[in-house]
Design a protein around this ligand. Structure first.
Ligand SMILES: N[C@@H](CCOP(=O)(O)O)C(=O)O
Length: 430
């Protein structure tokens, strides 16, 4: 599969080059040249195929021929070594739990898939790759875990100081080895902007091979389409009008869901559920796309003011506003509403949702008001104990810590504080 730059000022490139480069030389995101819907026989066999078989069939067109089928099978099997259960709350709302991986966030799948692809491409190469990643909370930990000890790969994680949860910070600052954390005095958007600037800095790119492990990288972004197929597998016999409410920050996950739809997944509608960082909610009302600096919320992984992947969504809908609006709704909720939703979910369903999931639940409720025939699945993007203070405060109950969380507790935080791009550059050159 070849990929083109959405800025249209750089040549098309192979999957391998797109993964190794991360971002196109013209700073555009890569997008696949062709999307071939999966055959009817695939969808007819959904009950008989395992998660790894479904994932393999769904992703293979995007990675071939650079990753041979036997290698891809192993990559998919190793990536998906945990569960993705759907939990039904009532006849109209279910949640898809995406937090059963090693760092308990949905990012684990993309990070593990990408790490293995890069490991494969790098196996006979002596040149080291530096993976730069900006995180608003969950990506950092997942990438640190996924890339820990991968030969020839150094990871540098930028995170906004004081704006990620304590557990998220421990997950990305305590592993050591080939993982380094930079604590940025600024927002996630500042971190993401620094990463993008680094890709354009010839002094850096002449000295080192840089790539990104944010969803701007196709190998981090595309595997997220598996989730929607897994949810459909679990629900399709019971419900016909399935819609997904996706807690959205950088919009990679919802955009991957739309790719699954392009492959033929019968999804009725998508809901982008936002906290107060709501550029897309506003866009769908006003037709004006006006990114704003992000504000801090209790659903911090979604504190993104300028979502990178929105341009990919526009590409899927060929920049047709009406076509997009037919398939996408968006709602935005305050922290107060999020807390109330967490309590409601707990009181009504005895289910402990994290703040991001609670925003997704509210998105379902918003959509169901006008579309009562739908069955809405909100994505539980991270385990509630990653936001322990907020969760325990809202439901007034102590939460047991899963082993994945216990394993980072009490470890020593190691980070370097930076404020401006020049400091990132000297860090990388040093
Ligand atoms: N929400 C992310 C930040 C960016 O998202 P990504 O999917 O592009 O890595 C986080 O939690 O770190």
């Amino acid at each position: 599969m070849n990929y083109y730059s959405l800025n249209h000022k750089a040549p098309s490139t192979s999957f391998k080059e797109a993964v190794i480069k991360g971002l196109a030389p013209d700073k555009g995101l890569y997008f696949p040249e062709k999307i071939t819907p999966l055959p009817k026989s695939f969808w007819d066999a959904i009950d008989d195929l395992s998660y790894t078989e479904l994932a393999f069939e769904a992703i293979k067109q995007f990675v071939s021929p650079e990753i041979p089928k036997t290698v891809l099978k192993t990559i998919v099997e190793e990536t998906l070594s945990f569960d993705f259960p759907v939990i039904k709350l009532n006849d109209h709302i279910s949640t898809l739990e995406l937090f059963h991986g090693p760092t308990m966030a949905f990012k684990d799948v993309g990070a593990r898939f990408m790490a293995r692809c890069l490991g494969y491409f790098n196996k006979n190469n002596d040149e080291e790759v530096t993976v730069l990643v900006a995180t608003s909370g969950d990506t950092g930990g997942a990438v640190a875990n996924g890339f820990l000890g991968v030969k020839g790969v150094n990871v540098v994680i930028l995170y906004p100081s004081g704006k990620v949860s304590d557990i998220q910070e421990m997950q990305l600052t305590t592993l050591g080895q080939n993982i380094k954390a930079l604590e940025v005095h600024g927002t996630f958007d500042d971190c993401q902007a620094m990463v993008k600037t680094a890709f354009l800095d010839e002094e850096l790119t002449n000295n080192m091979q840089l790539t990104s492990a944010n969803s701007i990288n196709v190998a981090r972004w595309l595997p997220q389409l598996f989730y929607f197929i897994f949810a459909y597998k679990q629900l399709h016999k019971q419900y016909k009008n399935i819609v997904f409410s996706v807690p959205s920050g950088n919009f990679g996950n919802i955009c991957a869901g739309m790719m699954a739809q392009q492959l033929g997944l019968p999804v009725k509608h998508f809901i982008a559920s936002n906290n107060e960082n709501n550029v897309v909610t506003r866009y769908l009302i006003s037709k004006l796309y006006e990114p704003k600096p992000s504000v801090q919320t209790i659903s911090n992984a979604m504190d993104v003011g300028a979502p990178s992947n929105f341009i990919r969504i526009q590409e899927i809908y060929k920049n047709n506003f009406d076509a997009l609006k037919d398939n996408l709704s968006s709602f935005s909720f305050s922290d107060e509403e999020t807390r109330e939703a967490m309590l409601e979910i707990y009181n009504h369903y005895l289910y402990v949702a994290d703040p991001h999931g609670a925003v997704g639940y509210l998105g379902c409720k918003g959509y169901l008001k006008e579309n009562p025939e739908a069955h809405c699945v909100f994505l539980e993007t991270a385990h509630p104990t990653k936001f322990l203070d907020v969760v325990e405060d809202v439901i007034e109950e102590k939460q047991p810590l899963p082993v994945q969380i216990q394993s980072v507790m009490g470890k020593e935080k190691v980070s370097v504080e930076i404020s401006v791009y020049e400091e990132l550059k000297s860090f990388l050159l040093s």
